[in-house]
Design a binder for this molecule. Structure first.
Ligand code: PMP
Length: 398
């Protein structure tokens, strides 16, 4: 009698499963627009030079592999707060923000979910439709009720602002409202500064607990610019949560570097709440690993390395913007029957292309082009070398 025989196979993750299928693809002309990983003009995901230099320095001076504390490297946590809220922001000087290094943005979200479930009165967590599929999975894992707010208008290919407001009007005091800090995944569409102001006021009036998922800081318009939404909320709210990631903006995907940040009304409340966060982490994975966060802290502590990193990040951002423009232009030139101008306005790596699941299937079957069936494409996967073939194929399946 087996104790395991009854177990059914789990469905493949819609995004990671795509990566495996791409790996197994034998046609040499294959193009991967699936998983959200930055690629340079040569289709490579390079190591950020500032990180490489930081790693050299770390290797030279590292003299122990002793455990980190539960909340990780304190310099890393301090630098993270400065990036999120701005140097000398009030939440920092008033010591109301507490940060724990986490295993990527996903790890931070999982800490957030556990914290919300155990220590707040939240009945629901409000998630945009569409959103990154792992949001649903993470909150389901801790048993919090998920409610959805509309986000995307298919007809206008823009933010469904009126319905977003109408849906969130039903969010109750204490409910968690999950917001993408910038570069909304999968749509690439973010609120305008005015809309952020409106949301922040509404949120404060209604007494929601905002949770920012901030996985792409620096990929829309710049490190400071992209924090506008979060910082507007921080001005209006005494309490909020942030799950941030350095996977994309530091290219540290496989080192698992992120942070969970809690902002409370005052230092005392922040300390008490944070002690519970540490208890949660102790049970989940005890303490984080050192390498990636040490590299980030080393870069951010050194003016020259930091400047180099910011320049490299700008290069990534600008390459994606150039590819957006070229993609739209080329589709027009090749006689696309649909207008794709909206793609230029979208932020970050992703674009909600408007391609249907059937069209995405045809791209894969007939042209070895891989994208998520929702029509989300990773614009960073487009290069000078593949853009022609890609646009030809899209025009054929439209
Ligand atoms: N949130 C969103 C919206 C994301 O797109 C991602 C990465 N795909 C994450 C969080 C988590 O990133 P990681 O765990 O790799 O840092």
């Amino acid at each position: 009698m087996s104790l395991f025989n009854h177990i059914q196979a789990a469905p493949a993750d819609p995004i990671l499963g795509l990566g495996e299928a791409f790996k197994a693809e034998l046609r040499p002309e294959k193009i991967n627009l699936g998983i959200g990983v930055y690629k340079d003009a040569n289709g490579q995901t390079p190591i950020v030079q500032a990180v490489k230099e930081a790693e050299k320095r770390l290797l030279a001076k590292e003299n122990t592999k002793n455990y980190l504390t539960i909340d990780g490297i304190s310099e890393f946590n301090i630098h993270t707060q400065a990036l999120l809220f701005g140097e000398n922001a009030q939440v920092i000087t008033q010591k109301r923000a507490k940060t724990a290094q986490s295993l990527g943005g996903t790890g931070a979200l999982r800490i957030a979910a556990e914290f919300i479930k155990r220590h707040t009165t939240a009945q629901n967590v409000w998630i945009s439709t569409p959103t990154w599929p792992n949001h649903n999975a993470i909150f389901n894992a801790v048993g919090i009720t998920i409610k959805e707010y509309r986000y995307y208008n298919k007809e206008t290919k823009s933010l469904d602002w009126n319905n977003l407001i109408a849906d969130l009007a039903h969010a109750e005091k204490g409910d968690v409202v999950l917001l993408h800090g910038c570069c909304h995944n999968p749509t690439g569409i973010d609120p305008t500064p005015e809309q952020w102001e409106t949301l922040a006021k509404m949120s404060a009036e209604k007494g929601w607990l905002p949770l920012f998922d901030f996985a792409y800081q620096g990929f829309a318009n710049g490190l400071e610019e992209d924090a506008f939404g979060l910082r507007t909320f921080a001005k209006n709210h005494t309490e909020l949560l942030v799950a941030s990631s350095f996977s994309k903006n530091f290219g540290l995907y496989n080192e698992r570097v992120g942070a969970f940040t809690l902002v409370a009304e005052n230092e005392n409340v922040a300390n008490n709440a944070f002690s519970q966060v540490k208890s949660i982490i102790r049970v989940l994975y005890s303490n984080p690993s050192s390498h990636g966060a040490s590299a980030v802290a080393t870069v951010l502590a050194d003016n020259e390395l930091k400047a180099n990193w910011i320049a490299e990040l700008a290069e990534m951002r600008n390459r994606i913007k150039q590819m957006r423009a070229k993609f739209v232009e080329l589709l027009k030139q090749k006689g696309a029957t649909q207008n794709f101008d909206f793609i230029i306005e979208q932020n970050g790596m992703f674009s909600f292309s408007g391609l249907t699941p059937e069209q995405v299937d045809r791209l894969r079957d007939e042209f070895a082009i891989y994208a998520v069936r929702s029509g989300r494409i990773n614009v960073a996967g487009i290069t000078e070398a593949n853009i022609n073939a890609l646009c030809d194929a899209i025009v054929k399946v439209l």
